[in-house]
Ligand binder design. Sequence first.
Ligand SMILES: Nc1ncnc2c1ncn2[C@@H]1O[C@H](COP(=O)(O)OP(=O)(O)OP(=O)(O)O)[C@@H](O)[C@H]1O
Ligand SMILES: [Mg+2]
Length: 583
Amino acid sequence: MTDQNLPKTALKISTLNDLAKLADYSLMDSLNRDPDSTSHGLDYEPRQVFSGHYVPVNPTKIENPEYIAHSKTFFNELGFADELAQTPEFMQMFTGDLSQVPTPMSKLGWATGYALSIYGTEYIQQCPFQTGNGYGDGRAVSVLEAVINNQRWEMQLKGGGKTPYCRGADGRAVLRSSIREFLAQEHMHALGVPTSRSLSLYVSKTQTVQRPWFSKGSMSQNPDRMISEPVAISTRVAPSFLRVGQIELFARRARINEHTISMQELEQIVQHVIDREYKDVIDTHSSNPEKIIELARQFQTRLTSMIANWIRVGFCQGNFNSDNCAVGGFTLDYGPFGFCDVYDPHYQSWTGGGQHFAFMNQGNAAQKNYGMFCSALRVLLDSHPEHLQILNEIENEFSKVLDTQMNKMWLAKLGLNPLTNETDELAFNELLTELQTLMQHTPVDYTLFFRELSSIPNDIEPLKKSFYAQQDNKEIDTHWTAWLEKWKSLLSSNETKSATPRTNEQISKQMKLVNPKYILREWFLVPAYEQAAKGDYTLIHELQDVMTNPYDEQAKEIEDKYYRLKPSKYFEVAGVSFVSCSS
Ligand SMILES: Nc1ncnc2c1ncn2[C@@H]1O[C@H](COP(=O)(O)OP(=O)(O)OP(=O)(O)O)[C@@H](O)[C@H]1O
Ligand SMILES: [Mg+2]
């Protein structure tokens, strides 16, 4: 069935039965099931999965689930009634119990295998069998594909229990990390950054698992004890959850002809990427090699634009391996992520993550992932030298395309129109370099600085709200005053060249649409998940409200609470300024 023929809905979806009518598991038609899998899906022991694109898995429900939150924004977009999130049927399904789902919903979910490359190097050590056949969704289980208002969505439980890829771990996600991911996804969407979305979040009232963590106030880089944490299941939603690592897995197999249909499985997964993520921009009538070329081009555009967006809002993914890099070009896996308080190009909230994934190195990390993606595609172009040549050229363009996106982003952050001549370009480059040096040297709060600048202040006094230095520093002030003058003069000369010059008020308004006022800082999240562990979800709901309107001016008490420098007591504190693991 094509998507056009599928039922559309402008109706409110108020029951699970309503949603069931929109279920359409086309993935199962177009991809291969692991031939070694059994039909009951009770597949919880680590094992090698040699072929097939997915393994049917019956998720493991959490005990005594309790509703915490759902995304009102996303529910609204999907046409879901808010009440749906607390109906017993919906809760049952999205806390991992598929036994009662109405037809034609599937009583089995699925997990997928993928490969891992870290910063452009292929790894198999993470696989317990040292073959790469045991690595993949260890705790993520997709449970539904549905076409809603002409858009196909895949819904995936995170923390839905063990799968054959669990590598001996428990298949669970704890409340703390689930809250972080749940809030962050919707915050990023509201910031205008492509991302997987959050549907719902439930916790178990009785079930806990052990995780390494830090003692209160610890400054240690490594956790010093085990703590018991409640388990939770959050559901995330995206057109697909295909990762660069997934394409790599099938390309690695095809490259060495590992089994008779390895090349075919690679072709299928690539076609699936196109269907799920690029159907609107890739001509289905063109030849396969042409489609592959276009896929590479389109992914490059999306990936570089995503990175520019990350930098724009101060986001650091922290673990940008190829298995955390969505082929759809959106943000995926909010593990050790963080939004920077202080502007620091080396900011990385994960102590084990290495500098290569640090804030301003994310473009390079993306390039490495993109390189692995191209290597995988090359396997399909072996007998097409001309297309191979084009693919190489596209890959070589990565830095240029990224620079263009970054330039566009910095111009917007600084309220400037596209530059029209070399003199302005030189002036702009100088201005930006000076700004980055000054921001780092002062140091400034990244969010506060750009938001204050967006008011186009007369002098540097308002900007000083973003300075972390305790005392006035005349020398720094002088540099800032000079910088502000330079910026303003470029701003006005840039504006006079425009056919429709904007007033300062208009410029300011536009700057405030790219420079957020509210950012989901880690020290806002800590009390929210600490309270939640005691059964109080007030702060989660408050953060949901504030952070889904990050560009808006909000009530004075919200401003006082959330538009602030990070208090000094939180600097260098484990679990607040950094974390040691991804979950
Ligand atoms: N508690 C767990 N049980 C089983 N597998 C796990 C667990 N924690 C992580 N994994 C698996 O380890 C791998 C690396 O973990 P990573 O932190 O990148 O991912 P994640 O946050 O679990 O998942 P995702 O990338 O799906 O958001 C993933 O394949 C993940 O499924
Ligand atoms: Mg991951």
